[in-house]
Ligand binder design. Sequence first.
Ligand code: ADP
Length: 320
Amino acid sequence: SENASDDAEAVRDVFAMDTYMTVKAYGSNGDAAVDAAVDEINRLDALLSTGKKDSEIGQINANNGGQLSEDGAVLMERSLELYKSTNGAFDVAIYPVMKAWGFTDGNYQVPDADTLKATLELVDPSLIDYDKETSTVSFKKDGVQIDLGGIAKGYTSSRIMDIYKEKGVTSGLVNLGGNAQVFGTKPDDSLWRVAVQSPDSEDEYLGVLETKDKAIITSGGYERYFEKDGVTYHHIIDPSTGYPADNGLISVTIVSADGTLADGLSTSLFVMGKDKATDYWKAHSDEFDMILLTDDEKLYVSEGIKDSFTSDREFEIVEK
Ligand code: ADP
């Protein structure tokens, strides 16, 4: 019957962008939709991964510039917009610093202050010439390199939502290593219940968000890090210092209909810290909601999701 095919679930798992991903879709076109979603993940991984020498970004970094594909151009534009709107917290030119810390190849090290200072001179989007007409970038200084790692996964999940729409599935989701985006409501028309990642353990979560048509993306220092002499160094860098951001937050979750924005802002607000993040939310509350977990284990939830978020922990509602 029609109902039976509407409820049919199609699921695929794929390892890409350094993480395990799951795509799921319901409806008669579900199989075709998840196959297309996996193809899209693999295509974008090959195109955008900074660490892959043959990728578009790898080539541009090796050649001091070059032409971007349609996807690359969108991400470059969004990155430059974010740089402006976040007052530099999101910096697409961060790659030289990621390399200095060894986050790009796993040869972790704490760079000395002089090296870091010299490297930071290269971390400056004003050294990137971007021509919108031709989608071409050129770097004004040797050593400038770009990194879409703070935004590529969210863009990928947005693209999968486009595919679900094109294929006419009734509902679906993508889970990219703890970052989720949901399409429509569940097959029974109820809201999706998305667990919000906890830094404490993979089996625990901060709470549950009931939602539809949204990306739920978390960034935290606990995701990728190394330890040296008893100190933990993680992979979200404060572009104003070159050191791992240490502004009082343990994690930031962003909820938005725009997956690319959600991914970029989870990194940015983590860099900003609670007060600046709150100000940023107040100025952009029509675009996203947020859940902040601070060093002193306090949980803050912006008012747009206060009724859809439930948690065993107490939380404070952030109001406009
Ligand atoms: P993950 O991709 O592991 O979920 P994030 O979304 O928080 O984590 O992105 C972290 C990645 O973003 C880093 O690995 C690096 O590639 C990039 N990055 C780190 N700091 C910044 C920054 N200040 N601005 C833009 N990108 C950053």
